[in-house]
Design a protein around this ligand. Structure first.
Ligand code: HEM
Length: 223
């Protein structure tokens, strides 16, 4: 452990590896969530298929939780180390080639942590809105469609998700590009392309994710 995460380079590589796993999860999760546009049979069948995997689902959840916690711990540690390396701020700070998204990585990350806790309580543990979260459809499956649609018909839930997805955009628009930088997989020639690709992936994810609450809120997707 100490050997792996003791050096700053080791931490950055682990940060990139855990970040990559989380980005892949976010991509696959969005693809799965788009089954809401296929109606109740789409998303309810998808959720039932996932739930029926029993122990595999739990193993996956535990691995993802470990990856998520490691990513957060490394992020906090690296931020602290950077601060300690420069305890007195620059008299006049000039961020050369540093974007706003890059400067607020730790804050966008912490907002995503809060969002994830809320999101799990909302749709997985189903305790924030129990009155709409335990219906069963005609086929006897958990009615995830009704739960999601009735949730996003509420203004503040939709607003919370849309704001959280903007933070996801900010976090990933810098994070995807810096993954390659940390692991040394880029060079001066490929850097601009990788950074641009990272931004575009983040934008596609934002549009894909907010399409769900917004199309429900405006009534395109309904019960
Ligand atoms: C509009 C945006 C989103 C919607 C509509 C959505 C929808 C859902 C739904 C319906 C579930 C429950 C699935 C089930 O029990 O079968 C779920 C679980 C989950 N979501 Fe999301 N999600 C969104 C965004 C996100 C984002 C951005 C993340 C990551 C930061 C995320 C992470 C998770 C996790 C970790 C679970 C638990 C998976 C499990 O049960 O093992 N979601 N989501």
């Amino acid at each position: 452990m100490q050997m792996l995460f003791g050096s700053s380079v080791g931490k950055k590589i682990a940060m990139a590896a855990t970040g990559l796993i989380l980005v892949l999860f976010v991509i696959v999760h969005l693809i799965g969530n788009t089954s809401i546009f296929a109606g109740p049979d789409g998303i309810n069948a998808y959720a039932a298929a996932l739930h029926s995997m029993g122990p595999i689902v739990w193993l996956f959840r535990l691995v993802m939780l470990a990856v998520f916690l490691l990513h957060i711990w490394l992020g906090l540690k690296l931020t602290l180390e950077n601060k300690l390396a420069r305890p007195v701020g620059y008299a006049q700070k000039q961020n050369i080639r540093t974007s706003y998204a890059a400067q607020i990585m730790i804050y966008s990350g912490l907002v995503l942590l809060l969002f994830t806790i809320y999101h799990l309580l909302h749709f997985t543990v189903r305790v924030t809105n129990p009155e709409i979260s335990h219906f069963v459809d005609a086929a006897g499956r958990l009615d995830v469609y009704a739960m999601v649609v009735l949730s996003f018909q509420k203004f503040f839930i939709t607003l919370t998700y849309v704001i959280a997805m903007v933070f996801l955009l900010l976090h990933l628009s810098h994070g995807i590009g810096s993954m390659f930088q940390s692991s040394g997989l880029n060079n001066a020639r490929t850097l601009p392309t990788i950074q641009a690709a990272g931004k575009w992936i983040a934008i596609v994810l934002l549009v894909g994710y907010i399409a769900i609450p917004i199309s429900i809120f405006v009534g395109i997707v309904k019960l």
